[in-house]
Design a protein around this ligand. Structure first.
Ligand SMILES: Nc1ncnc2c1ncn2[C@@H]1O[C@H](COP(=O)(O)OP(=O)(O)O)[C@@H](O)[C@H]1O
Ligand SMILES: [Mg+2]
Length: 345
């Protein structure tokens, strides 16, 4: 897989603006339960600039969706969840904002496409009603122009029998069709920041490519910032300006795609790409892609959370948590990174 991914790695296409649109600083998400508190996301910091696509990757259960939902202000709605740190959209801190103010930003400045389409479509309204509401949050146009806009939004996501779809209720459409309607709805409002959580997983490859192209075009033409959650490293290689690798609720590596794919620093990143060389001097073992599974947040390993699965782990990794630091032009949290001072091991 890594060679296939490498061939897809492309040079940076655009220069993004200097100021980040979204800046996450020391984000922590904790769920308080009867029998104690469980940390779902820790020490998480990263940025997304205008016109930039940042991909958040990692195995299932790494904390990607919790992070995405927290940025949208949805985690904070659960009284058992505690969010600390800062989520700066421009210069407003979403963690500190009142929920109704965040609600106003949602759907206008920031929109999210969920993994499950039915969670964001309302079963009691037609598609037309819901799309119209989304458009009206951004602008008001005449009835006829409005309908044209809705049909063209549907065409952009590959729906050509728009008339029928507009008159349908969500339950009358297939899952894939709902997913496309939801994406059309999110993009109609021309948000400044789109958070897309595995937006195309349920769609066939042709439609998937079409939707990713559309997202790519909107960020280029309109400067939309995108946080794209994906488990598909090929998608990340193709679209990302930066790749953020999450494991067990933490960012383990944050780097430009050319670095991630050509010379991953964190053994977990290397494992995701299908190769994980042991430390220098050790006998190379044949390893399955990644043995074991993501730990449960309520039973995190000591030290580095990846140590039980890492062939490079030492005593230090078992006892002490690595702090994210600059390694060869990127940020990684590892005691034994695969690159050091510009030299790949
Ligand atoms: N509301 C919640 N209460 C308790 N645990 C949760 C809650 N939501 C998510 N989790 C746990 O947090 C971890 C990360 O989940 P998630 O962010 O959905 O992973 P990913 O999107 O990377 O697959 C998982 O172990 C999941 O079970
Ligand atoms: Mg998820």
């Amino acid at each position: 897989m890594s060679s296939e991914v490498l061939s897809m790695t492309q040079p940076q296409r655009r220069t993004a603006s200097a100021e980040p649109l979204l800046r996450i600083e020391d984000l922590e998400v904790t769920v308080h339960k009867q029998h104690g508190s469980v940390s779902l996301v820790r020490e998480t910091s990263f940025e997304v600039r205008e016109g930039e696509i940042v991909c958040l990757v990692g195995e299932s259960g790494s904390g990607k969706s919790v992070t995405a939902r927290t940025i949208m202000g949805l985690t904070g709605l659960d009284p058992n969840m505690e969010v600390t740190g800062r989520i700066l959209l421009g210069n407003e801190d979403l963690v500190a904002l009142a929920p109704d103010r965040v609600r106003r930003l949602r759907g206008r400045d920031l929109t999210m496409v969920f993994q499950e389409p039915l969670s964001s479509l309302d079963p009691v309204y037609t598609v037309e009603f819901q799309l119209r509401e989304a458009l009206r949050r951004r602008e008001r146009v005449g009835r006829k122009a409005e309908r044209e806009r809705l049909l063209s939004a549907l065409r952009e996501v590959g729906i050509h029998d728009g008339q029928r779809v507009l008159h349908s209720y969500p339950h009358q459409l297939s899952g894939g069709m709902c997913q496309r309607v939801m994406i059309a709805m999110a993009l109609l409002g021309r948000p400044r920041l789109l958070i897309a959580d595995e937006p195309t997983t349920a769609l066939d490859v042709t439609v998937q490519a079409q939707i990713l192209d559309l997202i790519d075009r909107l960020r280029r033409e309109e400067g939309m910032a995108v946080l794209l959650v994906t488990h598909d490293m090929g998608v990340a290689a193709d679209l990302a300006d930066r790749v953020i690798v999450m494991y067990a609720g933490q960012v383990v590596e944050d780097a430009a795609p050319r670095d991630i794919f050509a010379r991953p620093a964190h053994p977990y990143t290397a494992a995701l790409l299908g190769s994980i060389p042991p430390m220098a001097g050790e006998r190379p073992a044949r390893l399955p892609a990644i043995r074991g599974s993501v730990p449960d947040p309520s039973a995190l390993p000591t030290g580095c959370a990846f140590h039980p699965r890492c062939p490079r782990a030492t005593e230090t990794c078992v006892s002490t948590r690595p702090v994210a630091g600059e390694i060869d032009g990127r940020r990684a949290a590892c005691w034994h990174p695969l690159v050091e001072e510009g030299v790949a091991r």
